[in-house]
Write a protein that binds this ligand. Structure first.
Ligand SMILES: [Zn+2]
Length: 75
């Protein structure tokens, strides 16, 4: 384990926390057009398809992966 690995672990945890927090707000608030995890703009067509989208496509995919991971860990 070197410095880069540690940094990657922290970055991954931060992202997972952010996307899970964003996910908790999903379906309750209209999209701001800004991804709540990476603060990039959410794709306009994504917002058209899902007006409450809180995450960009990449982070939504990460959120889904994090959800599956947490389900597996939680049993
Ligand atoms: Zn994002």
């Amino acid at each position: 384990m070197d410095e880069a690995d540690l940094a990657n672990d922290r970055a991954e945890q931060f992202t997972a926390d952010a996307v899970l927090a964003a996910r908790a707000k999903m379906d309750t608030a209209p999209s701001t057009g800004i991804c709540q995890a990476c603060h990039e703009g959410i794709e306009p067509e994504r917002i058209q398809a899902n007006p409450t989208a809180q995450l960009c496509r990449d982070c939504a995919a990460e959120a889904e992966a994090a959800r599956k991971r947490s389900q597996r860990v939680g049993g």
